[in-house]
Design a protein around this ligand. Structure first.
Ligand code: GDP
Length: 461
C-alpha cells in the first residue's frame, strides 16, 4: 500500500467562495508548515493540536502572501484517512487554488488519484468497502431516496446485515471442519437438519436483499422514461407541471442535442429520467431523421414510455408511426386536451396496444389526471410501499451480483443436504457463499477490484 503524502483540490474547479485543498499522509503537516503563517507572521502549523482550525495566510517560498485562509489539522488516526490531514480553506478562485496546490505539490506531496483519500480510509481499516462506495453514492445522489439509502449504507446498515449473514455461514463452515477433524467429540448426526433450517433462513435473508435491488436501482437511478408525441400535444406543459408542482430538480444533461432533451423529474420519492423526443415526424430531412433514429434508440432502452396524444384532433400518420415504434413497450398513454372536444377515444387507442398500455385522460390546462399518473407510476414500478426509511435496499449492481452468487451457493447447499451428500460438499458451497459476501464489505476483494472501484470516485474525495 502506498504511504506517501497526497494532496488534491477537494472542491469544484470553478470560481466560488471557498476552495479546499486536502493533504493526507505522514508528511502532511511538515509539507504545509513552511507555507502557512498566522496573523503575527509566525510559521506555527507544526505546533497545532489535532482537530483545531486556524486563521492565517498562505505564503510562497519567497514569503509573498498568496491568500487569506483557514487551515485545519487532523492528526492520525482520528481523521478521514486515518493519516495526518491538513485542510486548507482558501478562496475559491480557480487561479488561487491551483497556485496553492502547485506550492504544496512542489514541496513534496503527490497529486492524489480520484478517490484516493477514501481508498486510504478503506485500506487503513476505518471503513469497509460498502461504506466507501456509499460515500460516492452520496455525492452522486439526485433524490431523497438515493441520499437516504447511501447515508444508511455509510452508517453501516448494509455492512451489518452482510456481516451477520457471513458470520452465520462462517460458523457452519467452522463447525463442519471441526467435526470432520474431531469426529470422536463432535457429532454430525442431526447436523443436516440443523444446517437445512439455517440455510433456509440465510436464503430468505439473501432473497429479500436481492428483491430489493429492482426497486433500489429504479429509486436511486430513476426510471428511464421517454416521452413521445407529435409537436403541440402538450408534452412541455406536462413536464412543466411535473417539475413545478413537485419542486423537482431539473437538469439539462450536457451533450444532449436539440432533438433529444433529458431532464430529471422527482416526485414523491420517485425520479424519472425523462427523454423528450422533440416530436417524431415522418420526414425526409436528414437532421430530423437523425433525431428520429435517436428517439428510436431511446425508446428501445427505456423502462417506460409516455405517449401523449392530442385527443382533440384525430390521430394521423405521425401518430401511427409512433404507435408502431412503441406498441410492444410498457406505455402510459395520455389522452391530453381532454378539456376540449374529444375525438380520440380510449377504445380507439386500446385497439393499438395489447395489455401493455395504460390509458388515462389528462388536461394540462386544467391540471387534471396528474395525480392519477403519479400514482400509476408508483404502482407500475415499486413493489409495495416506499419504506425507504428503515429497509435496506440494494442499490449497487456490484453488491447485487455478489448477493446473487451467495444466494446461488446457498441453494446449492440446500440441494446437497436434500441429496444426502457428504458434509464436505456443504463446506465447499458455504465457503463460496462466504467469499461472495466478503466482496461487498471488502474482506475478500482483490487489488484490481479495489482500484477499479475507487477510480470511479471524484478527485479530492
Ligand atoms: P409540445 O409541443 O408537445 O411540448 O406542446 P406544448 O406543451 O408546448 O403545448 C402546445 C399547446 O397546447 C400550448 O399552447 C398549450 O397551452 C396547449 N395545451 C397543452 N395541454 C393542453 C390541454 O390539456 N388542454 C388545452 N386546451 N390546451 C393544452
Amino acid at each position: 500500500m502506498k504511504t506517501d503524502t497526497i494532496a488534491a483540490i477537494s472542491t469544484a474547479m470553478t470560481n466560488s467562495g471557498i476552495g479546499i485543498i486536502r493533504i493526507s499522509g505522514k508528511d502532511a503537516v511538515s509539507i504545509a508548515h513552511p507555507f502557512f503563517v498566522n496573523k503575527r507572521n509566525e510559521k506555527c502549523l507544526e505546533s497545532f493540536r489535532s482537530h483545531t482550525i486556524h486563521y492565517g495566510y498562505i505564503i510562497d517560498k519567497d514569503d509573498t502572501y498568496i491568500d487569506e485562509v483557514m487551515v485545519s489539522v487532523m492528526k492520525a488516526p482520528h481523521s478521514y484517512t486515518m493519516e495526518d490531514i491538513v485542510e486548507i480553506n482558501c478562496h475559491g478562485g480557480v487561479f488561487i487554488i491551483q497556485k496553492i496546490m502547485d506550492i504544496i505539490t512542489a514541496a513534496g506531496a503527490r497529486i492524489a488519484e480520484p478517490g484516493e483519500f477514501t481508498k486510504r480510509a478503506f485500506l487503513n481499516g476505518r471503513i469497509d468497502l460498502s461504506k466507501a462506495e456509499a460515500v460516492m453514492d452520496m455525492i452522486s445522489s439526485k433524490n431523497e431516496f438515493a441520499l437516504k439509502s447511501s447515508m444508511k449504507q455509510l452508517k453501516g446498515s448494509l455492512s451489518e446485515l452482510i456481516k451477520k449473514l457471513r458470520d452465520e455461514i462462517l460458523y457452519e463452515i467452522a463447525f463442519i471442519e471441526s467435526a470432520l477433524d474431531d469426529p470422536e467429540h463432535i457429532s454430525l448426526e442431526d447436523y443436516p437438519e440443523k444446517l437445512m433450517a439455517k440455510t433456509e433462513e440465510i436464503c430468505a435473508g439473501l432473497k429479500k436483499l436481492l428483491d430489493s435491488a429492482h426497486d433500489g436501482k429504479l429509486l436511486k437511478e430513476g426510471i428511464r422514461t421517454v416521452i413521445v408525441g407529435k409537436p403541440n400535444v402538450g408534452k412541455s406543459s406536462f413536464m412543466n407541471i411535473l417539475v413545478g408542482e413537485d419542486k423537482a430538480i431539473v437538469t439539462d444533461v450536457a451533450g444532449t442535442t436539440r432533438d433529444i432533451l433529458e431532464e430529471t423529474v422527482s416526485f414523491g420519492g420517485i425520479t424519472l429520467n425523462v427523454t423528450d423526443t422533440a416530436g417524431i415526424r415522418n420526414t425526409a430531412d436528414i437532421v430530423e431523421k437523425i433525431g428520429v433514429e435517436r428517439a428510436k434508440k431511446a425508446i428501445e432502452d427505456a423502462d417506460l414510455i409516455i405517449y401523449m396524444v392530442d385527443a382533440s384532433v384525430p390521430m394521423d400518420e405521425n401518430d401511427f408511426n409512433i404507435v408502431d415504434m412503441i406498441k410492444d413497450k410498457k406505455v402510459i398513454i395520455l389522452l391530453n386536451k381532454s378539456d376540449l372536444n374529444v375525438c380520440v377515444t380510449e377504445e380507439e387507442i386500446k385497439a393499438y396496444f395489447m395489455d401493455n398500455g395504460i390509458i388515462m385522460k389528462t388536461s394540462m390546462t386544467e391540471r387534471s389526471g396528474i395525480d392519477y399518473f403519479t400514482k400509476t407510476i408508483k404502482e407500475m414500478f415499486i413493489h409495495g410501499n416506499l419504506s425507504y426509511n428503515d429497509e435496506v435496499y440494494i442499490t449497487n449492481m456490484r453488491h447485487k451480483e455478489a448477493i446473487k452468487n451467495a444466494y446461488e451457493s446457498m441453494l446449492q447447499v440446500r440441494k446437497s443436504i436434500e441429496n444426502c451428500m457428504p458434509e464436505d460438499f456443504y463446506s465447499i458451497d458455504l465457503t463460496s457463499a462466504c467469499a461472495s459476501l466478503g466482496l461487498i464489505t471488502g474482506e475478500e476483494v482483490g487489488e484490481d477490484l479495489v482500484n477499479e472501484i475507487f477510480s470511479k470516485f471524484c478527485m479530492g474525495k
